[in-house]
Design a binder for this molecule. Sequence first.
Ligand code: SF4
Length: 399
Amino acid sequence: MAVRDPPPLAESALYGEYPFLPGAEALAEEMAVSVRGLLEDGAFEVSREIGRARVLAAADDPRGTSTIEELSRAAPEIQFLSFLFARLVLSAAASPAPLRRWAVAESKRAHARLRSSSIEELGEVARRLGYPITELASSEVALSLTDYVRLAVPIRDAEFRLGSQDVRHGQVEVSRERAARLLQEAVRSELARPMPIEEGARAAIRAREAALLEEISRRVPLPVARPGANTAELRPDRFPPCIRKMRRSLEHGENLSHAGRFALAAFLHRAGADLETIVDAYRGAPDFDESITRYQIDHITHRDGGKGYEPPECATLRTHGLCIRDGDSSGPTPLDRARDPLCFEPFLRHPLQYYRLRGGRVLEGGEDRAGGGSPTSRSEEGSGTGSVPARTPSTDPRQ
Ligand code: SF4
């Protein structure tokens, strides 16, 4: 017997399942909910409770696999309000990292449903997100080349490279499963942007939900350099521009490619950072998972009698778009924004060489052995599968 698509969702159920869709706010219009009402009114306590559960589930598990029982049983209006509450609270948080982590978890929750949804539901969600797809006779779907590139660029899985796709007449043809993954990216990037909140409302949210915000910062701590025997000589101010930029990206809760994650862990190890300090550097990653990160860093640093994998040399980092020698226009200090003359010296070929020349101490086996020894392999797509690739990634800069 042929497998049939599930029946299409009613409008309200669609908004409950996908509360980020434009128009979902119509679910709450009859209730005339204000921000203050959502924060304080006893009538919305259930929505707040489920909203808090959404936030905490994401803090613990950015893979979005945690089941929130109350959410699956809730009416669409409550599903939407709990989503709105969670987004408001996280948009008011001092650090953007928890919001970005929540965006990963919520987008994965949506993906889990989309990948087994009917073609009608997939198409409807895609259309409302602004990325229309067309059903093809081959049971695949097509979307415009522009939309494909916009959605696929942040995905680090090599299968999403444009060169591996079927492109016909300006349309990219993909499986329904792949289309669901692309839409996951659309949701993630949308939810990772904080909602605009007036200062008064922000202060009220922070005051009302102080306990929740405190709990989030406990569960998603910011990276902190720890003093320790191995790290006493670490000189982050002497790190090369590429490494400083990688650390800033993670501190700000931004995604860092597999190549960047690998390079950072391998560099920090050679610069003398201990395991805890290296793990801390990844805490801001939107998909940070402590146990997986520890496992992967352990793998990178214990190879070859503790020397670890070789950090990539400058030429490799340039291939991955990670060389920042021209300066980082968004950098916080004039030093970060400026072109770095040392990086343009013809003899400079390795970030560890830069660090040593700036007065940093490098453990034995540093830049002299750069570029060799690491197998070329690709880890699975990063979001939710871990924070650091276990091996040197391939040369695809999008991974
Ligand atoms: S030249 Fe080398 S050390 Fe300098 S930013 Fe580029 S990759 Fe880093």
